[in-house]
Design a protein around this ligand. Sequence first.
Ligand code: PLP
Ligand code: TYF
Length: 395
Amino acid sequence: MLEALKPQPEDQILMLMDQFRADTRADKIDLGVGVYRNSQGVTPVMGAVKSAERQLWESQTTKGYTSLIGDPAFVDAMRDLVIGDAVDPARLAGAASVGGTGAIRLGLDLARLAAPQATVHIPDPSWPNHRAIVAAIGMPMKTFRYFDADENALDMPGMIADLGAVAAGDVVILHGCCHNPTGSDPTPAQWADIVAALSGTGAVVLVDLAYLGLGDGIEADAAATRMLLAGLPEVIVAVSCSKNFGLYRDRAGVVLVSGQSAAQAALVRANLATLNRLSYSFPADHGARLVEMILADAALRAEWTEELSEMRNRINALRRDLAEALRDAAGSDRFAHFGSQRGMFSRLGATPDEVRRLREDHAIYMVGDGRMNIAGLAKEDIPRLARAIAEVCGQ
Ligand code: PLP
Ligand code: TYF
């Protein structure tokens, strides 16, 4: 039977990780996979996480099963962090997931249970896994205009036109903040236009929130999600704790769903529990519990908030430094947007051939579409990176 299996396309981003590891050049620069690195080039375990792990080791008396939606205290803590009081908690249901990817999958599986023929609308461009997951679960899919690569700016008229034409019951994926791969998010006024375009369509928004706190701060980064929740009757929010808690391999995440009534929320909760049960019964608990402990304890929360600010400030300083170095190296403002974009990523606007030359001639690794993980950059590498970019893409 197994001979019938077909080879699967590889994830381009994860493939690049292996290619980088195999490169023996000492001065190689990794701008591929989206992980944060500190000034020592390390993706650290956050201090607040270490403290919570120590406390958990001392205090945990059982590793018995939690519940099918995970630890309810974790779900509530994430609801408070992400949603605050933007919607009546009685209308909300949530479930712990296996990372942000698991939350997206859970949210889309829920939508498919409710409306198997609904079309899922994905921004152009988007995180490649969106398209891959939608294809895997067999829902129809369409892209909507998001970014104008020539202008290095959002295509607001295109986006508003496309979103306004979405059919009732369709699903629209939006990045809550720190858009991957462009680093370009709508302004609050533009978000208001997006909500206005969607309201009345009957579309259900799925907000992918993988970088809360890494753009402009927790409250600012949650604002769009809250605006969508407040303005639309049904919203699914898929939250990752991988980046902002540095819990990548512990796979902590949550899906939060706002329904139109408390009765609908109960129905959603029961469906999420069943979806978890059919995949793996109980979602992983360790990372989720650490997050819950950090959010519930004033001292741990203050420590985490401070560490998250440091990460964000470092990313934004790297952005400014890179934009400045490129201005000097290229003698133009062509790359000025790196300084004002947010989150881990920006796109260089390079051709596939230029991306290849940067890799082969300069040992600089970025995703094929020219996406760079600025959060993985070492400050010392900025001058060399800027010179290489100016040389390869400068004309
Ligand atoms: N969504 C986006 C846009 C991402 O970039 C990522 C990657 O980190 C995720 C979701 C999911 O992350 P994870 O499954 O590692 O929590
Ligand atoms: O976009 C990125 O680089 C991160 C990490 O299948 C990632 O979101 C990439 C691919 C993938 C899972 C996570």
